[in-house]
Design a protein around this ligand. Sequence first.
Ligand SMILES: Cc1cc2nc3c(=O)[nH]c(=O)nc-3n(C[C@H](O)[C@H](O)[C@H](O)COP(=O)(O)OP(=O)(O)OC[C@H]3O[C@@H](n4cnc5c(N)ncnc54)[C@H](O)[C@@H]3O)c2cc1C
Length: 400
Amino acid sequence: MARKHDRVLIVGAGPVGAIAALLLARAGIPVTVLEREKGIVPDYRASTFHPPTLDLLEACGATDAMVRMGLIAPVMQYRDRREGRIAEFDLSLLKDDTRHPYRLQCEQFKLVGWAYEELRKIPGVQLCFGHEVSDVAVTEDGVQVTAMTGAGPVSLGGDFLIGTDGGRSTVRKTLGIAFDGFTYPEHFLVAGTRFDFKSAMPDICSVNYTADPVEWYLLLEIPDMWRIVTPVDLGREPDEAVQEKQIQASLQNLLPRAEPYEIVVKAIYRVSQRVAGSYRRGRAFLAGDAAHINNPLGGMGLNGGLHDALNLTDRLIRVWHGAAEVSLLDGYEAQRKPEAVNAINAITARNKKLLEERDPQVRRRNLAEWRRIAADRSLAYEHLLQTSMIASLRRSGMLG
Ligand SMILES: Cc1cc2nc3c(=O)[nH]c(=O)nc-3n(C[C@H](O)[C@H](O)[C@H](O)COP(=O)(O)OP(=O)(O)OC[C@H]3O[C@@H](n4cnc5c(N)ncnc54)[C@H](O)[C@@H]3O)c2cc1C
């Protein structure tokens, strides 16, 4: 394949862009990574990595690094705020399907930091921080981007481009690609505390989804901290919701204590379910949140984005080195987009509905169904195949 620039451009060095860059660079492809920020930004979004993601990232070393930095969570629970534990799922049921039969709890910015360090060791990699891409042009034989820097605009060329610049992707907008779906009316609050919930709630595990018609919550253990994700009351302004008093109220509602909680992390997010109309315009591709966004209930957004990066870079590497025809790139959208629609968005939307259900009769039915699935080994196994994303990756041909 003729190459004009001998380089792939990656716009956005969050976890998906950083891993895509690393996979390409390790395969001998020169990459230029353009990142708006000046360096790593602590990001309190993803912390859950699923078993097949760990399997697929093993070869590049990311899995070992995350296991070192993270916390292994072999069990997950569905709970009800009033009734307590409803169902428990042990991921060791998946031991014949994965080399990592557990969820790994590790903040996404730690993966990003590790990937930046690895990229810095590879000759030919240009890591350009403080470069905010404002325009993208795709031609027959290449791509051209304009990026704003502290020293003014710069223009860079590449043979291919991967837009991994998140949910508000400039690449996607510049290429005129629709992002259909919806945004939830309520914000989601994330708060982290060093209080050890297991000391006061001995029957919980490290990953707990708790249903409640008023204030459902997700309670997650990560190294050195517990994290709660919960909706913000619609009548409350986001600025007010992240104030200490409100977060204390949410935590006290979860577990009343005489002492206030030590809050070490707080953030608020707008959450949507959207999928890009197309994942590609000629030589430019979208991956990660730039291509699909979803609510965090199920921990699938970043995992799905990493699956995009693995799928796309594998194709690009083969085409780049002449081991496959350019038409191999057509399969990327064909394999990945249906999974964003039918698995990632469908499962996360269903999870939210289950947790927030207000109708008492439907709630009772939901809880009974969770109990039924957990009590039956083959139903529990099937449930875990879906929620761990193994089923999705098998459907899209990425796992045997
Ligand atoms: C509360 C919460 C919890 C979550 N928990 C999980 C979880 O446990 N597991 C999971 O799988 N997913 C989770 N997610 C989703 C996950 O955080 C995202 O899917 C993930 O961050 C997407 O990674 P990304 O690299 O595609 O995009 P981002 O992380 O958004 O990174 C985009 C990067 O592009 C840069 N950028 C943006 N615009 C430009 C530009 N114009 N020029 C140059 N650079 C640019 C940004 O600075 C950023 O570094 C959660 C989300 C939320 C809100």
